[in-house]
Design a protein around this ligand. Sequence first.
Ligand code: GMT
Length: 378
Amino acid sequence: MTITKTMRIGIVCYPTFGGSGVLATELGKALAQKGHQVHFITYQQPVRLSGFIPNISYHEVHVPTYPLFDYPPYETALASTMVDVIKNNNLDLLHVHYAIPHASAAYMAKQILKKEGKNIPVITTLHGTDITLVGRDKTYAPVVTFSINESDAITAVSNNLRDETYKHFKIEKEIEVIVNFVDVSRFTRKPIDAFKKMIAPNGERVLMHASNFRKLKRIPDVLNIFKEVNDKIPSRLMLVGDGPERPAAEDLCRELNLCDEIRFVGKQDQMEDILAIADLFLLPSEYESFGLAALEAMAAGVPVVTTNAGGLSEINIPGETGYMGEVGDVKTMGQQALKILKDPIILKQFKEKAAAHARKFDIHNIVPLYENLYERFL
Ligand code: GMT
């Protein structure tokens, strides 16, 4: 389908390093590059939204505090800001990423505008823990179910997430799958030699993990898989990101006597430069709806060893882009990592196949699917 009209699109997301915020921001940037007007609505400038792009506006949600508020009502402020931005910029549609609280705030905004005679289509993209973890909590579930059903269109980032949503919620509408994407051209970087020398001065293999260090990422498994590898091949582990499990991970690294081999580099936004020096990416999560971090690694030509949880089997092809193990089976994942790393010729083959497979998820293939979806509501 050819795009006949440029659109005015509101995007609501978490502005943080999490995959849903990254995906939403990259989508907004790509839409803007194609000529659409994009309006981000969130409480902080999204981390991947750097540099001035003329047809992108960012609208910050301010939540006024008041002594009565133990919990400042973000959702109310968000819905009011949505109404304001939609009216003042005559938006054509609203695309919200991560159900909580974005889908319910969008429902509220839609109802307010309806009273004023404006119909604003709401598209909700489900990303993962909004369904599989937080959304299922019975404190949130009725509102999540209702607001998903009230969305004009629902998308999920993998088949697995679509199936999980149907399994756990009473969804009356079709959930369309539009998989996550990566801007391959951005991740095709040459390694910066000085950087590589600092991390791996003697040509050691570089293993990498990047996440928000939540429990479900199983950071101890990352360290234990690394130990299996490092016992056989001199290696280095770079841990990118930060979160609740980091202090325990730093303790474990001392316990395993691996502090000289492991670097915690904290939150970073230049993932393309960091991934360029990696030989292998580890993602032993308890669950991933998709695993965007692994896809970005593959786009940078880095094979991946992951669990087979959730939607990871939809992106990781065993024996080609990497391998998969059962959740918690660090021995197997360690052996798989060694199989990839021990021989430079084999490693090169995995790198090439990972990069080739990632190209199927290139931004240019996936963004038009969102445009086609939007067009249905214009
Ligand atoms: O778990 C994260 O890394 C953050 C989380 C989020 O909601 O931002 O990521 C989820 O959305 C990503 C983008 O669609 C997916 O690639 C991740 O797999 C998914 N995380 C989980 O399902 C745990």
